[in-house]
Design a protein around this ligand. Structure first.
Ligand SMILES: C[S@@+](CC[C@H](N)C(=O)[O-])C[C@H]1O[C@@H](n2cnc3c(N)ncnc32)[C@H](O)[C@@H]1O
Ligand SMILES: O=c1cc(-c2ccc(O)cc2)oc2c(O)c(O)ccc12
Length: 267
């Protein structure tokens, strides 16, 4: 279906009647033009060129081969754009190297980019509890995870995350037992995840939340945000507000990728 992108009056020949020229585009393209999320980091960074500069000079050249392979396998998936961005992955890798966690948890696996990078950066006897409602997407990346020799570190659980966190909290031995948590599932539940994870992650451990700037829309007036982006934008605003007031963490709301809110449990 075609949509009207623009129009103008044309006078082809002197003395002839003017006619209206309509500029038609495919409606899906029109949707993209109105929706800045098709551009990587459209508002968070100054420009698309700057995002590409970071990727081409610093991220892609140092991206480990298995992650590149998994990212390429994901690019064919219709929902490929929701995967954790490689520049966010690079910062996570650095955090993992600094923290050296043994026991981690991930909410929102999709095809496994953040999961694989975590598995590559914890010790051989390290363990990741990885939770997602959809095992099929995990299976897209699983051959790459197996080839990288890190599947034994992963306990994949196909389930909504909240009941699994509640189940973990039924056993007091799990309290303060995780070194690192990465949260990238449904954004509307971030505040609920935080209340559980703050008890599961030890003092000194990290909780890293993705998409906390939601394409830059957190700073837009709500009526300027496309309706399909409002729920994520409002969830990110509510979550960031909660973290700012939460004395149990020190944190940095960073503009890497789609906005990583990096929290360290201090109490
Ligand atoms: C943005 S993707 C995760 C991207 C992933 N971290 C990566 O590196 O590619 C979000 C994932 O959260 C999952 N999800 C959505 N709601 C969920 C829930 N309530 N509990 C667990 N997973 C959920 C979706 O199935 C999807 O795979
Ligand atoms: O456009 C999205 C959507 C999601 C999303 C939506 C609903 C869920 O239950 C989970 C995730 O996540 C995204 C994401 O993590 C991202 O980095 C970019 C875009 C989206």
């Amino acid at each position: 279906m075609k949509c009207i992108l623009g129009s103008f009056l044309s006078y082809p020949l002197k003395g002839t009647a003017p006619y209206i020229v309509l500029i038609l585009v495919d409606c899906r393209e029109m949707e993209s033009i109105k929706d800045p999320s098709i551009y990587r980091n459209p508002v968070i960074l100054q420009s698309e060129d700057l995002a590409n500069y970071i990727l081409e000079t610093s991220v892609y050249p140092r991206e480990p081969e298995p992650l590149k392979e998994l990212r390429e396998a994901t690019s064919n998936h219709p929902w490929g754009f929701i995967a954790t961005l490689p520049e966010a992955g690079q910062l996570m890798t650095l955090l993992l190297k600094l923290l050296n966690p043994k026991k981690t948890i991930e909410l929102g696996v999709f095809t496994g980019y953040s999961l694989l990078l975590t598995a590559l950066n914890i010790p051989d006897d390290g363990k990741i509890t990885a939770i997602d409602i959809d095992r099929k997407t995990y299976e897209v990346g699983l051959p790459v995870i197996k080839k990288a020799g890190v599947e034994h570190k992963i306990n994949f659980i196909e389930s909504p995350a909240l009941p699994i966190l509640d189940k973990l909290l039924e056993d007091p031995a799990n309290e303060g037992s995780f070194d690192f948590a990465f949260i990238d599932a449904d954004k509307e539940n971030y505040v609920n995840y935080h209340e559980r994870l703050i008890k599961l992650v030890k003092v000194g451990g990290l909780l890293v939340y993705d998409n906390t700037l939601w394409g830059g829309t957190v700073s837009w007036p709500e009526d300027k945000v496309p309706p399909n982006k409002r729920s994520g934008r409002n969830a990110a605003i509510e979550f960031n507000k909660k973290i700012t007031k939460d004395s149990r963490v020190e944190f940095a709301l960073t503009s890497v990728g789609d906005g990583l809110n990096i929290c360290r449990r201090v109490a």
